[in-house]
Design a protein around this ligand. Structure first.
Ligand code: BJW
Ligand code: ZN
Length: 248
């Protein structure tokens, strides 16, 4: 194990271009639930009832209630040692990027600056009619479905997240794709690797001969291409990997 840790650390330190790709598992130790585990969100809430535009248009009140609860949880949650270790890499590494599928804002709250939010941000909303974006406070009217405040618009506001069947922001996806295709080390933390196009990022990195390091308590769809798989919790393993890498 120690030898494996040393080699993985070495791959991180030597990398000219370093990508960290994260999923819900990195925030689990902060109390934010994952999706596809036995106690995950999709166990209680059907994805097609809560994470599609069609369901939102049919039942905006119910979908908003779900997102408000998740907002409140995300606001109360604190970055855990894994987010903090990733933010340390952001400070130390000159050519670095986090591509996260998470919408909980915890990477930024841990101090990371270079973050690509592939699936949006829970704390923002946008208008279905005119596209106006607002932060949480503007759209957080108690219990009501928020309506656009743009003069004369009155459109329905929706959470600024990517639902199934929706395109990811092309600028963000392109930047993540380019970065992954050029990186020489990719650390994959806490994702089942089942949701596309995000899940293609480690494969693009692998195609560029990048070292793939994965942290997950369970094997994922990505484990097959991992050079170093650390079977464990992000909050325990990530700080170990980043230990000894010196702050500048
Ligand atoms: C720990 C831990 C600890 C536990 N430490 N780890 C190609 C092939 C097949 C299908 C498709 C394809 N291309 C597109 C699709 C369709 C679809 C898709 O991928 N479906 C698959 C599920 C089959 N993709 C889309 O629809 C995407 N859009 C798109 O492709 O547009 C083009 C298009 C347009 C029109 C028609 C067709 C295509 C959009 C996907 C959007 C995903 N949105 C969600 C919801 C976001 C909003 C919200 O949260 O409400 O994003 S779904 C959900 O899954 C969320 C997550 O970001 C995403 C990924 O989940 P993640 O993070 O991997 O979590 P889990 O729960 O799956 O895994 C957690 C992991 O953590 C586990 O492995 C645990 O073991 C581990 N863990 N504790 C470390 N302590
Ligand atoms: Zn509007």
């Amino acid at each position: 194990m120690d030898e494996k840790i040393a080699r993985a650390r070495d791959a991180i330190t030597r990398a000219d271009k370093l990508l960290v790709f994260t999923g819900a598992g990195i925030s689990k130790e902060s109390g934010v639930p994952t999706f596809r585990e036995a106690d995950g969100l999709w166990e209680k809430f059907k994805a097609e009832d809560f994470a599609t535009l069609e369901s939102f248009k049919k039942r905006p009140q119910e979908v908003w209630k779900w997102y408000r609860e998740r907002r409140s949880l995300a606001r109360k949650a604190k970055p855990n040692p894994a987010h903090i270790a990733v933010a340390k890499l952001d400070r130390l590494h000159w050519d670095f990027m986090i591509a996260t599928q998470n919408i909980d804002n915890l990477h930024r709250r841990a101090g990371a600056k270079r973050v690509l939010e592939l699936h949006g941000n829970l704390l923002r909303s946008y208008c279905l009619e005119c596209g106006k974006k607002v932060d949480e406070s503007d759209a957080d009217l108690d219990g009501e479905v928020p309506i656009c405040s743009e003069h004369g618009c009155g459109g329905l506001m929706r959470p600024d997240v990517v639902w199934f069947g929706e395109y990811l922001d092309p600028n963000i996806l392109n930047e993540a794709t380019r970065f992954a295709s050029e990186c020489d080390c990719c650390i994959v933390v806490g994702t089942s690797g089942l949701v596309y196009p995000a899940a293609q990022l480690p494969y693009l990195a692998k195609r560029n001969d990048a070292a793939i390091i994965e942290i997950n308590p369970e094997p994922s769809a990505i484990t097959g291409i991992a050079d170093y798989f650390f079977e464990g919790k992000a909050g325990e393993m990530m700080p170990v990997l980043v230990e000894h890498i010196k702050e500048g």
